[in-house]
Design a protein around this ligand. Sequence first.
Ligand code: PBG
Length: 325
Amino acid sequence: MEINTRRPRRNRRTESIRAMVQETRLHPSQFIVPFFLVEGEAIREEISSMPGVFRFSLDEALKEAAICLELGLTAFILFPAIPEGKKDKYATWSYHPECSYLKAIAAFKAQFPQCTVITDVAMDPYSSDGHDGIYENGQILNDQTLSVLGKMAVAQAQAGADILGPSDMMDGRVGYLRKALDEAGFTQVGIMSYTAKYASCFYGPFRDALDSAPKHGNKLSYQMHPANRREAMLEAQLDEEEAADFLMVKPALAYLDIISDLKQHSVLPIVAYNVSGEYAMVKAAAARGWLDEKRAVEEILTSIKRAGADIIISYFAKDFFSHKA
Ligand code: PBG
């Protein structure tokens, strides 16, 4: 029997050769660690649908951040859980000087000036309707929402945020925020746009964590339909024109084709958000002994990177790099 002289298995023969030809590697400098913040002190509540992930009061969050920094994880994305009594129709608490989230941003930067603090810009945590924009008579008022987001963004920049993460999917918000930031003197503050954010069931555990599910209706009029691929390119083009500094795809695993598309068509860094439901699935299967968790996590994170993500936001980051250390 004739066999081709080219034998790909030669490059898989030894550990050393395999390592040499490995195309994709995971490094902590390219990860962002999410934090869920609650008001109060000494609080460390595990989220039932996300075992190993906690809601932290600021003091506990700072302790956790110190551990992350030792592992080389220097970028944090912060999400607030806001008490029901502070929510209203126009999310005014989001830019109130007493807002615990703004204080947390300042505290992270004061304690760890070397870290990168990324924020969430959207109305839902502060909205009595649980929507990312102003909700009236079953409609989201896009352009009126921009002025709320602008105030929120400037307040976050004033608090010391390095990069803002608009996750609301309103039209025109990247350009609007860029202008608001520049006019307020924050030309150095970056925008990591949730460019292609899909209307996904995989956000379920996150909404439990923050109690931020919509009170009525759903998010289909602003988040993208999971069936659409080309539409992500339109969002990416607009975000680039509007001066976004990073383009994000969310969720990650069911959207590897979108990550790959954006990587090919843009020179901006591509971020993938490995979301709460993607974390919960692995944890649930591992708890039953149906999956080897360590291997599953490494394979998933590698796949997201291989598809084209330069940066990954993941609830697995701390655990993954603790095992590596
Ligand atoms: C909301 C927001 C969501 C997530 C991040 N920002 C949920 C949503 O859009 O309903 C989800 C993150 C995750 O599931 O891990 N602005």
